[in-house]
Design a protein around this ligand. Structure first.
Ligand SMILES: Nc1ncnc2c1ncn2[C@@H]1O[C@H](COP(=O)(O)OP(=O)(O)O)[C@@H](O)[C@H]1O
Ligand SMILES: [Mg+2]
Length: 304
């Protein structure tokens, strides 16, 4: 039987007249890295705050480790939480703040502050209020991971980290999974989490619209492909190829969306002189526009 570390059923949350969550069902399995994806305003942070009992549901059920967070505050001690918006003020240095947080946890993780800070290039002797957004994010990462919690709930963890540190962060997530922990991390960009996530749930307008493993989602999202030829080519030769969508030729450049394997497209292209190429997995906004066939104006609203 699958064990769910996180389970919500029909979760509803209203802020006054704004319905932020509209019957959200979320299940995160023991030991998986679950990517929680959706455009800004979709309800990711609201869901996360409900999981941590920072908010109470309007209707529906929340369970973390099999109990409602409101019924058993001790569950919080097994969770590492990285908030989406970190408020860090005061004169304390990053090292003092992190040391203080460790002492609140009975000293757990104090010995991991220095190695984690070094790994992410965080200066521990600077006052937190003087830190850049990226450095504040690093403080957030260290405090979430340092006590080796069984569950990590990370709200847009890679935002503000430069690409090299994003990679370092994803390595840390994978190591965390390898020691048996469960990870839920949100993002509005698939490419920021797809390398670490086993499954991805897409939330839009307060409910789950799709849950898939990452390979399936990549297949649905497709890749944006550009092929540059030495001479102009006829678009018709690419039109009927399997997996090729919306081929357009301008001059000697073909652009299209590719679903699945590139094999037939590459073989057809290779019949001509190819001088350049690129292929990129498309981001979530494009996936929303395309895979879910949302009308453009709705998609713009949800992405706003
Ligand atoms: N404190 C709040 N008061 C009123 N509306 C809120 C509040 N927090 C979030 N919302 C609204 O709830 C919806 C979901 O927000 P949020 O959970 O922050 O989404 P996400 O994290 O996916 O960007 C949005 O429409 C947002 O404007
Ligand atoms: Mg958010």
């Amino acid at each position: 039987m699958t064990e769910f570390v996180i389970r919500t059923e029909g979760l509803v949350k209203d802020y006054g007249s704004v319905r932020a969550l509209d019957g959200l069902d979320l299940r995160v399995e023991q030991g998986e890295v679950f990517g929680f994806l959706g455009p800004n305003g979709a309800g990711k942070s609201t869901t996360i705050r409900l999981l941590l009992d920072l908010l109470r549901p309007t209707a529906g059920r929340v369970e973390v480790f099999g109990t409602a967070p409101a019924d058993d505050p001790s569950v919080r001690g097994h969770i590492g939480y990285l908030p989406g918006e970190l408020a860090m003020r005061g004169r304390r240095t990053a090292g003092e703040l992190l040391g203080h947080l460790a002492s609140l946890r009975g000293g757990a993780g104090a010995d991991r502050i220095a190695p984690l800070a070094e790994r992410f290039g965080l200066a521990l002797d600077r006052p937190v209020r003087a830190l850049s957004k990226g450095n504040k994010q690093k403080v957030g990462v260290v405090q979430a991971f340092m006590h080796a919690p069984e569950l990590l709930i990370l709200d847009e963890p890679t935002s503000g980290l430069d690409p090299l540190l994003q990679r370092e962060f994803l390595d840390l997530v994978v190591e965390t999974q390898e020691r048996g922990a469960t990870v839920l991390m949100s993002s509005h960009v698939l490419s920021e989490i797809e390398d670490a996530a086993d499954r991805v749930g897409i939330i839009n307008a307060g409910h789950m619209v799709d849950v898939d493993d990452v390979a399936t989602l990549r297949h649905h999202a497709g890749q944006s492909v550009e092929l540059r030829f030495a001479h102009p080519v006829d678009v018709a030769i690419f039109a009927e190829l399997p997996g090729v969508q919306d081929p357009v030729v301008e001059g000697a450049t073909l652009t299209c969306v590719l679903h699945g394997e590139p094999d037939t497209l590459l073989k057809r292209a290779a019949e001509h002189h190819v001088v350049g190429w690129s292929a990129q997995y498309r981001d979530l906004e494009e996936l929303f526009l395309d895979f879910y066939r949302l009308p453009t104006d709705t998609a713009e609203e949800v992405a706003a």
